[in-house]
Design a protein around this ligand. Sequence first.
Ligand code: NAD
Length: 408
Amino acid sequence: MSIFEDNQKRLKEIQALEGISDQEMSVFSAPVKSNYAELEINGRKYPSWRIVFNEALGPGKGGIRFHPDVSEDEVRALAFWMALKNSLADIPYGGAKGGVKFDPKAADKKELEEVSRQYIGKFHQYLGQDKDVPAPDVYTNGQIMSWMLDEFEKREGRHEPGMITGKPVELGGISMRGDATAQGGYLITKELIKNFLSDRQDIKIVVQGFGNAGLFMTEKLANDGYKIIGVSDSRGGVYNADGLNIKELIALKNGGGAVNEYKGGQSVSNAELLELKTDILILAALENQITKDNAANIKADYLVELANGPVNYEAEQILAGAGKIVVPDILANSGGVITSYFEWAQNRTGQILDEDYLRQLLDKKMKSGWSRVYGKYQEKPGAITLRQAAYIIAVKRILAAEKARGRI
Ligand code: NAD
């Protein structure tokens, strides 16, 4: 089953719950723009995509992923999630995503730069601050954004820092972008705890994925005193029922190590890590991690989707049947794109906004997102999931924009 088709099932539920017409729902059946190109480096070819799912609310917005498993189906699903996420976050963007089917871990710096520049060479005419605005995603970062901006400006013959976000500060980025997704996920997890686990002491947390999103979020939760009993990266995980020393783990990771080399716990596979007994499981790696094959074995009562799409449709039915709560990706990981919006707004106006003020604004927007989703969820106690509540709000805002434009 394709990831995109999997999500169409979720949309069908929203349509039935809200009595939305087929004509209105056709907005979500396919992307508005889908571009493909083949990059070629040292005689090897790399398929690449840039897909804009919807642009009723504003220009396309969404990251670019470098990963050996990237496919058109994955990029389309990620672009769809971006459209919903931007709508839910109340920011003036449509949804988009890009990807290159390429393994950056097997490439040297020169090849990485070449892939980044070729990508812009193929897609620059579709990008721009008012057209479609990329950002980092899995295995892309500020350096890659810098090469991409440079290539875009060279080809277009003008400065336009707002064409891409997640840049270093020297090129118009804002330093808080680095941990913004984690900060957003952290605030949402605190809201989850406040609303569902307020009577509990000694809350235990497991985190899958120890990159930009997962590492910073783990650090923030550990600083608050929560017991992090398991973490993993692509090479495997480590577990300690008494809690891991996160400072040491971060130092190991920053020194180029893998978390399963850590001696302060027992080594576990990624599959085992997901099934550990814990209160909260934070999914911060990739999509399709919880499926019908392992959903029944999940022992965590609460799952937070910091990654995009880690729990698939069938798995969610099983989890819901077991009374487990899933905090959906389009809410939990929206801190990154909200902060990208601050960066874009700054680039466009030339104004430099105080970072303390922006951090407060991010807090406010995340808490507002939570209270709108939780408020909708409570309207029909037990009848809808947090994801359905989030999807209803996001779908309706896009449909309102489509209607105002006279398209539906
Ligand atoms: P990243 O490249 O910085 O880190 C990815 C992490 O996942 C790495 O630690 C990697 O080792 C680990 N990983 C990869 N495959 C794994 C596997 N099978 N099992 C366990 N761990 C595995 O990427 P990131 O930016 O942290 O993104 C992670 C997820 O968060 C993605 O789904 C991404 O789309 C989503 N996300 C990121 C941002 C952002 O601003 N960075 C924003 C929104 C959503």
